[in-house]
Design a protein around this ligand. Structure first.
Ligand code: PRX
Length: 674
């Protein structure tokens, strides 16, 4: 194992000191007036995009996106870049035709890059597979032929319920190649969740496996499929990949082994061209109601924006970089930045099956060292977990290959940003804090490497060609230094086209609050005095305490800024006097002592000083774990149930539901107000 060099450490220490100095100078305002870190000169000189990209995009937005669409191979050019005559139903690249899988695989082989590695795959037990673009093409063609043999046709829906193995990507691309619409369901979802998605989408085929490896043991997938498919008469076949070798129940005539059906197919397959607006995939995401929404993405616009953002935001150099999105393919981050963006750009990627702590807490860093990862893209919750485990773990590995880092999924608090910058990025890697959603399909707000001076904790600016604003409750744009709601004011190529089977819900959820031309993102946002945008969490996470709007994120960020705290989750619990009261759940750092009431008081005082007395949590609970979804998001809804003494809501998407009982048992009485 390599050691971090002393040069790396000292440069980050300097960065940390500079920030701490600035922070003290702006007490109480550090989240909107942090220092900005200028782009490293070398990066600025060689970055894929330069500062003029913003002007170019705003001079003619549609021409800009047309230029980016030309980075793809089309069999027929579009007649019109955007048809927005019937908002909010957009059509991009109208009349254009392409094949998404051809763009992701074949064209790179035809250009002489067949031997380039597309994926360095590593299973959790340590087994590996290296897949070149030529091999990927053969496998995708075989799988496409298999789908055709199973009578899957363009427009049919295919559910993919698989672990993080190469067949997941092969299956997605095979669907895209024949025009079938894939619907990847995260392998951690229950049989009930799978059944409701199969039913809603009307799937004809399920592709699954006997199981996968997670936390050191094989877990089963097939029993959930058997249960769900038993309730879904539309599913004709179940195609089963052998991953773990465990025994599975078998329904003759319905169930088929992937190896048998795909294995016997030809590697020849002619890709058909599809309309730019041909449906590519459905991804279910939970909303505020119980029924998940099937977000529909289509082909040409989606691929254009994921490919271009992947290239520009990460400064991707296909000949040199080793790119790793450490997320699950079952979520949109995986779709756009493990599969479609990287492949369209001919990237070499790492794909890892397991969790960060198996078989040891240095596993991810070991993979970075082993494969020479140059770009790492992950979520703040993971970064804060690494913080909790301590900086000695990354320091035990040679991470000098890294040159750029990304963050997605939640606001990243400045402390986590700085820790990531220093202890993973060696003080030299810029961090791209990318704000986007399942619905947006691709990055929408982010700094740009080599172009933007970085402001730790802020997603900063709309991506070139994207129009975002911060507005008040009436939809009026706010000036700098104000807090409001984030909206998108122009359609964008990778936007969702509808909610599957429910156009009305699509209009109501996203395009009704401020009219049919304004997309309501559901996130609170603040614009600082320099025009940087800071995401403040979902608006349902913005608390109202005695008429003051306080973001859960802001209080969390303050708590995490205390040296004793590793992670914090804050919810607004209803309060008869103040409207809402702030309840915080904190995990302490390994070396911090839980001194009970004394620590709680200290933390309350700390938040009071940091943000203002109004933000002092009513209650603070020290806990061992926080309830998280399998995609790593903290389930604030459950914490709110606890804080309000309610019956616990649905816990089926929790990684470990026993966490909730542990927390419930610890709830102290509310302290008297001071
Ligand atoms: O609240 C925002 C948060 O995640 C939401 C979207 O979640 P999902 O559709 O699951 O997609 C996650 C991966 C793109 C947003 O409404 N979010 C995502 N990225 C950020 C973020 N919040 C703050 N900063 C981010 N960079």
């Amino acid at each position: 194992m390599g050691r971090a060099t002393s040069r790396r450490r000292s440069s980050c220490d300097a960065g940390q000191r500079r920030y701490a100095h600035e922070r003290d100078g702006h007490r109480g305002q550090r989240r909107d007036r942090g220092p900005s870190i200028p782009p490293p000169d070398r990066l600025a000189a060689h970055a894929n995009v330069g500062p003029d990209v913003y002007d170019e995009a705003s001079a003619d937005r549609l021409a800009f996106w047309a230029t980016q669409a030309r980075r793809l191979t089309w069999t027929q050019e579009w007649d019109e870049v955007l048809d927005w005559s019937n908002p909010p139903f957009a059509q991009w690249f109208v009349g254009g035709k392409l094949n998404v899988a051809y763009n992701c695989v074949d064209r790179h082989v035809e250009d002489g890059h067949g031997d380039q590695v597309a994926y360095h795959w590593e299973g959790e037990p340590g087994d590996t597979r290296t897949i070149t673009y030529a091999q990927l093409k053969d496998e995708v063609c075989k799988a496409a032929n298999a789908l055709t043999e199973l009578d899957v046709n363009a427009g049919d829906r295919v559910a993919i319920y698989l672990p993080m193995i190469p067949e997941t990507i092969i299956a997605m691309l095979a669907c895209a190649r024949i025009g079938a619409v894939h619907m990847v369901v995260f392998g951690g979802f229950s049989a009930d969740a799978l059944a409701s998605r199969l039913d809603d989408a009307g799937a004809v085929l399920v592709i699954t496996s006997d199981g996968g490896y997670r936390r050191g043991a094989p877990s089963a997938l097939k029993p959930a499929v058997d249960d769900a498919v038993g309730r879904s008469p539309g599913v004709r076949n179940v195609l089963v990949v052998k991953r773990t070798g465990q025994d599975v129940e078998w329904t003759e005539g319905r169930d088929l082994w992937w190896d048998d059906v795909v294995g016997r197919q030809s590697t020849e397959h002619e890709p058909e061209s599809f309309d730019a607006e041909h449906p590519l995939y459905i991804m279910y995401t939970s909303g505020t109601t119980a029924k998940p929404k099937g977000i529909l993405h289509t082909s040409g616009g989606y691929l254009t924006q994921v490919a271009y953002t992947h290239w520009a935001t990460f400064d991707l150099k296909p000949d040199d970089d080793v790119f790793w999105t450490a997320a699950d393919v079952g979520w949109v981050t995986g779709h756009s930045y493990i599969v479609y963006g990287p492949l369209a750009n001919r990237a070499t990627s790492v794909m890892y099956e397991g969790t960060p702590e198996t078989p040891h807490r240095g596993r991810w860093f070991e993979l970075i060292q082993k494969y020479g990862v140059t770009i790492l893209y992950t979520a703040p919750t993971v970064i804060r977990t690494f913080m909790k485990w301590g900086e000695d773990i990354p320091a035990g590995f040679d991470l000098s290959s890294l040159r750029l880092l990304g963050s997605v999924g939640e606001p990243i608090n400045p402390e986590a940003w700085l820790w990531y910058h220093e202890h993973v990025g060696g003080g030299r890697c810029p961090i791209m804090d990318t704000w986007w959603q399942t619905e947006t399909g691709a990055h929408m707000l982010t700094p740009l490497p080599g172009v933007t001076s970085l402001v730790p904790g802020s997603a900063q600016h709309p991506f070139p060609g994207i129009s975002a604003k911060v507005v008040d409750d009436e939809g009026k744009e706010l000036s700098d230094d104000s807090t409001g709601l984030l909206v998108l004011t122009e359609p964008w190529p990778a936007m969702l086209r509808t909610i599957w089977g429910d156009d009305d819900r699509y209009v109501d959820t996203y395009w009704s609050r401020f009219g049919k031309n304004v997309y309501f993102a559901g996130d609170g946002a603040k614009k600082d005095a320099d025009g940087n945008i800071w995401l403040l969490g979902r608006v349902d996470d913005v608390m109202n305490v005695s008429g003051h709007r306080i973001s859960t994120t802001e209080v969390e960020s303050s708590l995490v800024g205390h040296p004793a705290v590793a992670e914090a989750a804050v919810v607004g619990a209803s309060d008869p006097t103040t409207g809402q009261g702030i309840v915080a759940f904190v995990i302490l750092r390994g070396n911090a002592e839980d001194s009970g009431d004394e620590l709680v008081q200290e933390l309350r005082t700390h938040v009071g000083k940091d943000i203002g007395p109004i933000a002092k949590p009513r209650q603070i609970m020290v806990v061992q774990e926080l309830p998280k979804t399998r995609s790593g998001k903290i389930m604030r809804r459950l914490l709110r149930d606890i804080a309000e003494n309610r019956e616990l809501g649905d816990v089926t998407t929790l990684t470990d539901s026993s966490v909730m009982n542990m927390i419930k048992d610890k709830l102290p009485a509310a302290p008297s107000e001071d």
